[in-house]
Design a protein around this ligand. Structure first.
Ligand SMILES: NC(=O)c1ccc[n+]([C@@H]2O[C@H](COP(=O)([O-])OP(=O)(O)OC[C@H]3O[C@@H](n4cnc5c(N)ncnc54)[C@H](O)[C@@H]3O)[C@@H](O)[C@H]2O)c1
Length: 244
């Protein structure tokens, strides 16, 4: 087991990639803290993973709820070793017609939410002089028609990741980013079939990722094998970001 007794906080843990990461980290011996804006998913996952799992409903855009979650985690486990800042959503539409509300929602959840969770997690990590933070970008950070809000937020997360890697290195905290391509989760399943088929054709490996394949990247960044890796962006995208 590669995460024995490591305390890992996963946001957006009630579905898709967050759920897969919770299940993989539990199998690797981690002690889990699962948060989500929606209580249903985290309760379901926690039930499967045993009585020692911490759960809390926390909207990542709400500073008080985020800080309360970290207090709950450190009260229960006495420390915090890992943050997987995974919560996110999409509200797609061409920039010409995009509402201000949909811009604000997506940028708030992805970019501000990631910042607030990183800020709350870094406090106990600084005290411990150790920690691993993994943020979540996307292939869309490279640009994607219909996703001006999402693309901008995810590109912002890359800048945030690199800056935090520099600011937190002094305390032996690494900060890295996983940038998934198209992953078979409810977020992808919500797209129209013709859009999904178009994406499939463009992916060199000709299939969508399974959520467990993104969890594997999370595990790498949090394992001993990545102790000297910080400020990196790992595209897990079936080759989609490669080539001209
Ligand atoms: N699925 C993909 O193809 C794909 C590709 C690239 C990046 N991503 C990113 O991976 C992450 C996980 O996505 P997924 O595909 O598992 O999606 P998902 O919709 O299955 O899960 C996202 C989870 O985040 C939670 N969430 C949403 N808003 C929140 C908020 N304000 N506070 C707390 N939790 C909130 C949701 O309730 C949900 O449980 C997201 O950041 C997403 O942008 C996904």
């Amino acid at each position: 087991m590669r995460l024995t007794n490591q305390v890992a906080w996963i946001t957006g843990a009630g579905s898709g990639i967050g759920e897969a990461t919770a299940r993989r980290f539990a199998a690797e011996g981690a002690r889990l803290a699962l948060t989500d804006v929606n209580p249903d998913g985290i309760e379901r996952v926690a039930k499967d993973l045993g009585p020692d799992v911490f759960t809390a409903v926390a909207d990542v855009t709400n500073r008080d709820q985020v800080q309360a979650a970290v207090k709950g985690i450190t009260d229960k486990f006495g420390r915090l070793d890992i943050l997987i800042a995974n919560a996110g959503l999409a509200k797609d539409g061409l920039a010409l017609k995009m509402s201000e509300a949909n811009w604000d929602l997506v940028v708030d959840v992805s970019l501000k939410g990631t910042f607030l969770c990183c800020q709350a997690a870094m406090r106990p990590m600084i005290t411990q002089k150790s920690g691993r933070i993994v943020t979540t970008a996307s292939i869309a950070s490279l640009g994607n028609p219909g996703q001006a809000n999402y693309s901008a937020a995810k590109a912002g997360i890359i800048g945030l990741t690199k800056t935090l890697a520099l600011e937190l290195a002094n305390w032996n905290i690494t900060v890295n980013c996983v940038a998934p391509g198209a992953v078979d989760t409810p977020m992808l399943q919500a797209l129209k079939e013709e859009i999904r088929q178009g994406m499939l054709q463009a992916i060199p490996l000709k299939r969508f990722a399974q959520p467990s394949e993104i969890a594997a990247a999370h595990l790498f960044f949090c394992s001993e094998d990545a102790a000297y890796v910080s400020g990196q962006i790992l595209f897990v995208d079936g080759g989609l970001s490669t080539g001209i």
